[in-house]
Design a protein around this ligand. Structure first.
Ligand code: AMP
Ligand code: ZN
Length: 157
């Protein structure tokens, strides 16, 4: 098999097994995928690094230049991340957006950060998805989703 396919296949296998709690090596569960990338044990296409974060290209990009900002500290969701680290990540977002506009000539940027449900890798990360005109990327906005939340709001107010 061509070598370039090995890491993507291993990564997908890892995500599948981890999701189903099937990874068990002797007495220890395998380390977190993104911690392994940060340690350099799994290769990545590095975009930017400082003392607090590593930024690398997403292996399955939504659009050209889709990258992930990953804190070096192993935190999982917004519940765990410190305000200081979140503020640092925000400053990195701004730097990268400038770079994306200059180098890739993107027309915009969509920032996504999944927590728990929908979060495949349980190590906090921010998706930076450069947007291009007519890229067909869209979020699913539906007015009928308002019904339930309006009932909850009534109880709160
Ligand atoms: P999420 O669903 O928000 O947890 O997103 C996880 C993201 O990690 C997905 O977009 C994957 O394509 C990406 N990903 C998984 N493994 C790797 C890897 N080895 N290198 C780069 N990105 C990865
Ligand atoms: Zn981790």
């Amino acid at each position: 098999m061509n070598n370039k396919y090995i890491y993507p296949i291993l990564t997908l296998l890892y995500i599948f097994l981890k999701k189903n709690d099937k990874i068990y090596l002797g007495d220890d569960y395998m380390d977190c995928l993104f911690c392994e990338i940060i340690k350099g044990n799994i290769p990545s296409k590095k975009v930017y690094e400082d003392e607090k974060v590593l930024v690398f290209l997403d292996i399955n990009p939504n659009t050209n230049g889709h990258m992930l900002i990953v804190p070096k500290e192993h935190v999982v969701t917004i519940d765990d991340i410190s305000d200081e680290l979140a503020a640092h990540i925000n400053s990195v977002k701004k730097k990268l957006y400038k770079l994306l506009k200059e180098r890739l000539n993107c027309s915009g940027l969509t920032v996504v950060q999944n927590n728990d449900y929908g979060q495949d890798v349980k190590h906090y990360h921010v998706h930076m998805i450069p947007r291009y005109e007519n890229d067909c990327w869209h979020m699913n906005f539906r007015q009928d989703n308002l019904k339930e939340i309006e009932e909850v709001l009534k109880e709160l107010n």
